[in-house]
Design a protein around this ligand. Structure first.
Ligand code: XUL
Ligand code: CO
Length: 440
């Protein structure tokens, strides 16, 4: 029984004075922060793909992990073992949620009939396991990028037959997510992009992508799914140029196809940094645009340019992100999903715990720091004060329907003076953030 793989591990609990490694030192799920329990703020999830499907392989070498559910071929027994191990692990971590791709939880199948039958078996089993373990589904998603049929994209494939296969997978996976009580449904455009413009018609691909997303949203309403549809931006990898480059690009795409009220973003920390942004920039942009949905929690590596999907471990960086998160009002249906994997040499069962415990405590500490900064109010007052003139008579008059470029320009002519420069006080702001580290 693969669930027994974790039999020697106790459930991970909050125990700040523990002498053992396997305890949360900060994450106290019942602690109330800014009026909400930590567990309800953070809504953390374990992902299937990195933790239960990836064997520890890289482009130079084979898998290094010796896990019972990775033994043998991609058969039904291995898939069932993965499902059991997955839910058992989430329960041991005492986290509320998990996430999956359709292919993560089922055995491989080539024909449509086999694919659907295998996935249906997996969903039945997951439903039982959810009831047994009390764990919930944060989001489901269809893998539209691993199978060779998707090598030239799914919804953006030049071949409509591939578009139909993608529709089949998303329809079935959205139905399954609905049945399992999932809180969201994610679309990461794995190969929705291009490698060379020499063979690519961007206009046709964009229209097909927009059409696909409209059909997904329509299906959501047809089946009565009340969760949120999320797009996960990423600038490149696997394709050279991914269409869902970043939050701002996704918003423009949603606007163009009239979907900006229907779809939000699932922001991934490492995708933000690959796009040349900071993680907090992407969160701030999503907040400004009103489309912050959920977060894939991980980090990249400063010395290389690919998606290393490491566990979050910088409280300093995450404090900046959590400020934006709290200002946005936190999650409605989203959560923090550990889209992160232990390193290839971290082969022990304990390493899976260390990775997740470290990530959970990093985010929990950042939440405490950000809450302390916001509750203290100094930084928030400064920010409000900086823009206060826009609430005054002058600022409002520039937004009045009667204002024209000429009337606004006339104000400068009439006042005939230079605006008084104001310090942006960046270093002082940074000091306020650093001070919060010592206060809780
Ligand atoms: C890929 C990635 C995916 C999505 C789900 O970079 O982040 O795992 O989160 O398809
Ligand atoms: Co992700």
């Amino acid at each position: 029984m693969s669930a027994d793989y974790f039999a020697n591990f106790d459930t991970i609990r909050f125990d700040p004075k523990s002498e053992r490694d396997l305890a949360y030192r900060v994450y106290d799920k019942d602690r109330v922060v800014m009026g909400k329990r930590m567990e309800d703020h953070l809504r953390m999830a374990v992902c299937f793909w990195h933790t239960f499907c990836w064997p520890g392989s890289d482009v130079f070498g084979a898998g290094t992990f010796d896990r019972p559910w990775l033994q043998g071929t991609q058969d039904a027994a291995a898939a069932a073992a993965r499902r059991e191990a997955g839910l058992a692990f989430v329960e041991k971590l005492d986290l509320p949620f998990y996430c999956f791709h359709d292919v993560d939880v089922m055995e491989a199948a080539e024909s449509v009939a086999d694919f659907r039958a295998n996935f249906a078996t997996a969903v039945d089993h997951l439903e039982q396991l959810q009831a047994q373990t009390g764990r919930k589904l944060l989001w489901g998603t269809a893998n539209l990028f691993s199978h060779p049929r998707y090598m030239a994209g799914a919804a953006t494939n030049p071949d409509p037959e591939v578009f139909a296969w993608a529709a089949l997978q998303v329809r079935d996976c959205l139905d399954a997510t609905h049945r399992l009580g999932g809180a969201n449904y994610v679309l990461w455009g794995g190969r929705e992009g291009y490698d060379t413009i020499l063979n690519t018609e961007i206009g046709i691909e964009q229209d097909n992508f927009g059409r696909f997303l409209s059909l997904v949203v329509d299906h959501k309403h047809r089946i009565g799914f009340t969760g949120t549809i999320l797009i996960e931006p990423k600038p490149h990898e696997p394709t050279k140029h991914q269409y869902d480059f970043d939050t701002q690009t996704v918003y423009a795409f949603l606007k163009r196809y009239g979907l900006e009220k229907e779809v939000k973003v699932n922001i991934e920390a490492n995708h933000a940094t690959l796009g040349g942004h900071s993680f907090e920039h992407e969160l701030a942009m999503a907040r400004a645009l009103g489309i912050l949905g959920s977060v894939d929690a991980n980090r990249g590596d400063y010395q290389n340019g690919w998606d290393t999907d490491q566990f979050p471990n910088s409280v300093e960086e995450w404090t900046l992100a959590m400020l934006e998160f709290l200002r946005a009002g936190g999650f409605a249906t989203g959560g923090f999903n550990f889209d992160a994997k232990v390193r290839r040499q971290s082969i022990d069962a304990a390493d899976l715990f260390h990775g997740h415990i470290g990530g959970v405590d990093t985010i929990a500490q950042a939440l405490l720091n950000a809450a302390a900064i916001i509750e203290d109010g100094t930084l928030e007052s400064f920010r409000a004060e900086r823009y206060a003139a826009w609430q005054g008579e002058l600022g409002k008059s520039f937004h009045a329907d009667t204002a024209t470029l000429a009337s606004v320009a006339q104000h400068a002519v009439d006042s005939n003076s230079s605006p008084a420069p104001q310090s942006g006080r960046q270093e002082w702001c940074e000091n306020i953030v650093n001070r919060a580290r010592c206060s809780n």
